[in-house]
Write a protein that binds this ligand. Structure first.
Ligand code: C2O
Length: 557
């Protein structure tokens, strides 16, 4: 195992990924941000210096942070933000996981301002677990793209009476690159002749096979992804190696990752379009200037043409605003899901116009705002668990005993569900909103057990559900080897059932990875093994972040 050390300076930077200049927040002036590529077992050390005008933090999406919850980088949950002029060193060991991950800012919607990059972990037996062999290995980042700073867009989005109309991206990028016609944007400063602008060209060797790690690093859009005339064998989902399944197109929701292996031998010709198409049915009133497709060229080394003539797949493009069906994707390392949960949490996600006519995202009665005081982890250390009577451990004695609202402290602002010891927890999320929500749980992978339209199949629906009411749903589950991942979506007016073995010491955010939705409050926390957590300590450097001069602790509206 090695130490992999990186030095990052975060700065505000004006950059033109598609020709149009816009303010961005970048690491080392790079867009997309630098790749972190390590072997399982390595220790990642990242020295972050914040020279931007706003506070920031970096989250390592999908990392277990086993024993290092304080390095999770989640503002309001595990740390105070890194104030302008301050620095912080993230250090954690990657163990028990491998595959394709990413890092991104975890203050506001800074991810969308360019603060993101890939994090790739090569497993001990990577080649053995990948059932299709490959000669090359590369990353494909898909992002929706805006021409304004996220803080400005967020301000508009969260204005009174906005009714959950998310900011619509103006276009999309592949590996941080695109090209727009400057004359479509007469009010913007634009230069589409600089070398960073254009259609990315991915050159591959003929007669070899290639692993592409596709990561949706965007704030909002779902992508349909394809390479003309190429069948893609999916071999990994969010860090879980799966038995290969062939696809023509993939739907990739925000924060999700898929590895695919492609080879050139099934195709004729030598250059092909890679198309990443935003699913525009998820958008409210897209402007005329919006361009749904991001293009790249996949060219084999002897390609003569500069623009491919390859054709789109003929079957109709599915334009539904929801996650793809992943039931065919079966983990290579088989794991039977625990047969019964110790606790079931029934979470209802919704957007509601509440106080001051503000549209807020809710899990049950709770709409998240970062604590104006201290991150939850620090408050746990200060004895919150014993001082606040309503912030109790779940009794853990079976389904039906633990339901959400009594478990929360300050239900208006924060929902924190607490478990002691190691517990198997089911999250049954019922979505009463017209939006699709990619739900990410920090610090874990969960098993995706079931999902569907409408209400979950219970004998009755209400705030309190018990074992009997769950029976119709639980009878149908296949626990033999369900897909394990860290981001799966609950569809509009639908439901999803996730099972998690909550064994990782810490406070972990659970939120919609549509960044706008998380900022509107669609976020909550799990405090797992809380009994032991209260007896550990946090390094002084993390605590010090909260004492930086001029730090704004409460980042939310
Ligand atoms: Cu990708 Cu809360 O994070």
């Amino acid at each position: 195992a090695q130490h992999r050390e990186y030095t990052w300076t975060i700065r505000d930077h004006v950059h033109n990924p598609d020709g149009i200049y816009r303010p961005m927040i970048l690491v080392n002036n790079q867009f997309p941000g630098p790749i972190i590529e390590v072997n399982e077992g390595d220790t990642i050390v990242v020295h972050v210096e914040n020279r931007a005008v706003n506070a920031t933090s970096i989250h390592w999406h999908g990392m277990y942070q086993n024993g290092t919850n304080h390095m999770d980088g989640t503002t309001g949950v595990t740390q105070c933000p890194i104030a302008p002029g301050q620095h912080f060193t993230y250090e954690f060991t990657v163990s028990g996981q491998s595959g394709s991950y990413w890092w991104h800012g975890h203050v506001g919607v800074q991810t969308s301002d360019g603060l993101h990059g890939p994090l790739i972990v090569h497993g001990h037996n990577e080649k053995a677990l990948q059932k299709v062999q490959y000669d090359t290995d590369r990353v494909i980042l898909l992002s929706d793209h805006y021409h304004d700073l996220s803080s400005a867009l967020l301000w508009q989005y969260l204005m009174p009476d906005m009714e959950n109309a998310e900011p619509v991206p103006v276009g999309a990028l592949i590996n941080g690159k695109g090209v727009r016609d400057c004359s479509d944007f007469p009010d913007r400063r634009c230069d589409n002749t600089t070398t960073n602008v254009g259609v990315p060209r991915i050159t591959l060797d003929h007669n070899k096979s290639h692993r592409l790690r596709i990561i949706n690093v965007g704030a909002f859009a779902e992508f349909k992804f394809q390479i003309d005339e190429h069948v893609m064998a999916v071999t990994e989902v969010d860090g879980t190696d799966v038995h290969p399944v062939s696809y023509h197109r993939l739907n990739i929701n925000p924060a999700q990752r898929y590895s695919v292996v492609i080879s050139s031998d099934v195709t004729s010709g030598d250059a092909f379009w890679m198309r990443a198409r935003m699913i525009t049915t998820c958008f409210t009133d897209p402007p005329k200037t919006m361009q749904a497709d991001a293009l790249a060229v996949v060219a084999y080394e002897d390609a003569k043409v500069s623009d491919p003539t390859s054709k789109d797949w003929e079957e109709r493009l599915e334009q539904e605003c929801r996650d793809m069906n992943t039931t065919d994707l079966v983990p290579v390392e088989a794991m039977v899901a625990p047969s019964e949960p110790d606790a079931v949490y029934y979470l209802r996600s919704n957007f509601e116009i509440g106080a001051y006519r503000l549209s807020r995202g809710f899990f049950n009665q709770s709409s998240w705002r970062p604590s104006a005081d201290l991150p939850t982890l620090h408050r746990v250390m200060e004895g919150l668990t014993t001082e606040n009577e309503t912030f109790q451990a779940s009794s853990g004695d079976g389904v039906g005993s633990t339901f959400v609202n009594d478990q929360a402290f300050d239900t208006k602002r924060e929902l924190v569900l607490q478990t002691t010891g190691v517990q198997v927890v089911d999250l049954l999320v019922s979505n009463f909103d017209d939006g699709n929500h990619p739900l990410h749980l920090h610090g874990y992978k969960y098993s995706v057990l079931a999902q569907g339209h409408g209400y979950p199949p219970l004998t009755h629906v209400g705030a309190a559900i018990d074992k009997a009411s769950l029976a119709p749903l639980y009878e149908t589950l296949d626990l033999s080897n369900p897909l394990r991942r860290d981001t799966a979506s609950v569809e509009a007016f639908g439901w999803i059932l996730l099972r998690v073995i909550m064994d990782n010491l810490g406070v972990w955010a659970f939120h919609c990875h549509v960044s706008w939705h998380a900022e509107a409050g669609l976020m909550m926390q799990f405090l797992t093994r809380s009994d032991e957590l209260a007896t550990t300590t946090i390094p002084q450097a993390n605590l010090n972040l909260c004492n930086a001069p001029g730090i704004m602790r409460g980042m939310g509206p």
